[in-house]
Ligand binder design. Structure first.
Ligand code: PLP
Length: 409
């Protein structure tokens, strides 16, 4: 029998574990109210359980002219003031000595999927972390790509050996490597690579690039929530030392940076010493943009450049955001310290929105998740564990949570 859908799309069905868990949590909240611990959503909530929309950002939005909001963006590549503001937000006060192009995208998701689409041929393999953001998988499938993982941790440290082996294998197989590194504040563990680990990654990819092109997709969705503040961005200077056969695509997103998840704005920030390839990549990315989503949200781009280019607004924004960075740190300390005390095994956590409980057996993971739900605790099943979104749970509710989970286990 013939089908309406083509062969690759027939049977596609999105099962988003985060939204599924959130729906279950909402049902429980309607019945049990404040008893429920909803640690499902990767968006910031304050200590009273209210969704955080930064005042400094969203009151500025109200000042944007209606015509600006209604109009198309001024360029498919992104409004020039936006692209410049992104460059400055990431690289100002740094010595970035490598050619760069910026293409605006609908969020980090747009940046990541467009990169997969334009870097690899259908049938080729993209490399992702063993614990990682779920949509990496669906995006790869959408582009007709297969996936392979590098193991994130061994003996509670980043597993550099497996990272190198995986990239070497893929290079051997297809003569080219595209690898996703979600750093800092990795989703779902909250791990951030050390300076030494990054240095080793850079020297390894330089060496590997003698065998073929290497593209690192550095997903920095949570870059503005590191405990080290803007000094983490010094990391970008490492990219100065890349060989010509290496390209970096930084996937930047305003979703977390600005609490602007629904505004759908982000960027591909592309760096390589190969200026011909850089131009080719930019052209392909613009072509994809026009063919898939056309232009990016005009008023959201305007919002970003307005806040970033006004000294006072930027200061109040930074102050407001810092409050939540500090709050996340306190929340993490409560959960992580208690987990260590009661022997609840978690993946290495440094900072960010999430902590993940280690449960490697899938059946065990599903059954634990259900048991937790019976006790009004809602987490998200991820590869190798259960994700606790500390970004959305108050300190009050986090106190005693690790102990309770351990007892239920
Ligand atoms: N990367 C990671 C690891 C994420 O967790 C998210 C959002 O949850 C994104 C990228 C992209 O988000 P958006 O498309 O909203 O910018």
């Amino acid at each position: 029998m013939s089908a309406f859908l083509n062969k690759t799309s027939d049977g596609k069905k999105m099962v988003d574990k985060v939204f599924k868990a959130a729906v279950a949590a909402n049902k429980a909240k309607a019945k049990y109210g404040d008893e429920v611990v909803d640690a499902t959503l990767g968006t910031l909530f304050d200590e009273d359980g209210v969704f955080v929309a930064f005042e400094s950002v969203w009151s500025t939005y109200e000042t944007i002219d209606k015509i600006q909001k209604a109009k198309y963006a001024s360029s498919i590549q992104g409004n020039p003031e936006f692209n410049e503001a992104v460059y400055n937000w990431l690289f100002s006060n740094l010595n970035i000595d490598i050619p760069c192009e910026i293409i605006a995208t609908p969020g980090g998701a747009g940046a990541i999927s467009s990169t997969m689409k334009n870097i690899l041929n259908p049938g080729q393999t993209v490399i992702k972390p063993s614990q990682g953001w779920g949509p990496y998988k669906t995006m790869a499938k959408e582009c007709g790509l297969t996936l392979t993982d590098y193991n994130m941790f061994k003996d509670n440290m980043f597993d550099l050996v497996d990272f190198k082996e995986t990239l070497t294998e893929v290079m051997k197989k297809q003569g080219k490597v595209l690898v996703i590194i979600n750093d800092p504040c990795h989703n779902p563990t909250g791990y951030t690579l050390t300076n030494n680990e990054w240095n080793q990654i850079i020297s390894f990819v330089n060496e590997l690039s003698n065998k073929g092109p290497v593209i690192i997709l550095n997903d920095i969705a949570y870059v503005d929530y590191t405990n080290t503040g803007s000094s983490w961005k010094k990391h970008f200077e490492r990219y100065n030392s890349l060989n010509k056969n290496v390209m970096i695509v930084i996937a930047f997103s305003c979703s977390k940076t600005f609490t602007a998840y629904g505004a759908r704005v982000g960027a591909q920030v592309v760096l390589t010493k190969d200026t011909v390839q850089l131009e080719n990549f930019k052209n392909a990315a613009i072509y994809s943009a026009r063919s898939i989503w056309s232009t990016v949200n005009n008023s959201a781009m305007k919002l970003f450049s307005t806040v970033m280019n006004d000294k006072n607004l930027k200061e109040s924004y930074l102050k407001e955001k810092q409050y939540y960075v500090d709050l996340l740190k306190e929340r993490a300390e409560i959960f992580v310290n208690e987990a260590n005390e009661v022997g609840l095994e978690i993946y290495p956590h440094i900072e960010g929105f999430f902590v993940t409980i280690k449960v490697t057996d899938n059946e065990e993971k599903e059954s634990l998740n259900l048991k937790l739900q019976d006790n009004n605790i809602f987490t998200v099943e991820v590869d190798g564990g259960l994700r606790v979104a500390i970004c959305s749970v108050s300190r009050r509710k986090l106190k005693g949570l690790a102990k309770k989970i351990k007892t239920i286990m």
